[in-house]
Design a protein around this ligand. Sequence first.
Ligand code: G3H
Ligand code: ZN
Length: 279
Amino acid sequence: MLVTLNELLDQALAKKCAIPAFNVFGYEDAKAVIDAAEELRAPVILATNKVAIHHMPIDVIGAMLGKMAKKASVPVVVHLDHGQDYETVAKAIAAGYSSVMYDGSALPFEENVKNTKDVVKLGHGFGVSVEGEIGSVGYSDATQNHGRLTDPQEAKEFAERTGVDALAVAVGTTHRMETQSASVDYPLIETIQGLVRQPLVMHGSTGLPDKALRQISQMHFCKVNIGTAIRMRFGHSLRKAMQEKPDVFDRLELIKEPMREVKEEAINKMKLLQANLMN
Ligand code: G3H
Ligand code: ZN
C-alpha cells in the first residue's frame, strides 16, 4: 500500500528502528526492493534522485512507482530525494509521490528556511510529507560539494521554523562511498536529537559499517538513505552475468541475477535497521 512518510515515523521512533530509503532507477530495482520488504513484512521507501528523474520523466516514474506501491502488501513510501527546487517538488506531488525532500542545504540559512517553508506549505496542503536538510552531506567525488557538519542550534531553529516532518543532518557520512568506512559523530547526534523534536534522516548510508547502521537506527534516525550499495550490487552482478553468458542478448535473462542480488542487499540492510520490527 502507498503511504506517506509521516504515517511511519512515530512507530519507527517508538520501536527504535529505521526505515530504509533505497534509491531506485527503474522497474527492476524497485521490484527487487519491494520483494525484499514483502519477504520481511517491513515498510520501505522508494526514493528517486535527480539522476533518476532525468533518466525517466518524473510523471512516468512517479506513476509507475505509485502503482507498484499500491499493489504491494506492505507499506511503501514513494519519495522524491534531494528535490532541487519548488517546481520539481510540485511536479513530484502531481505525479503521486507521497513524500518529498527539498534540499536547500547548499544555500545560506535564511534562504534554506524560506524555501523549505514554502515546500512544507505546498506538501502539507496535499497531505505529502516533507524532509529538509540542514548542514550539508557532501559527496565523495572531489569535484562536488565536500559537505558541512550540522550545527545543533541551527538544526533546532530550522526544524522549528520550517515545520518539516523529518530532518536530514550531516554527522559524518558522505554520499557515494564504495566502502563501509564512514564514521559518525555520536556526541553530535546526541546533541542534535536532544534539541530537535522531528525524526532525523541519515544520508550517504552506504558508507556506514553494519554496526553503525544498527546503532543509528536505535537513535533518533527513522529514515536511512541507501543508494550506492544497491547500485553496486546491480551493476557488478550485471557485468558478471554478461561475462558469463556472452551469447545471451536478452536483457530479461541478464537482469535476473542483478535483481536477486539487489533483493538480497536490501534484506541485509533492512535487517540491520530492524525495519521488520514495524510489522
Ligand atoms: O539521498 C540518497 C542517499 O543519501 C544515498 O547515499 O548512495 O551514499 O548510499 P549513498
Ligand atoms: Zn542523500
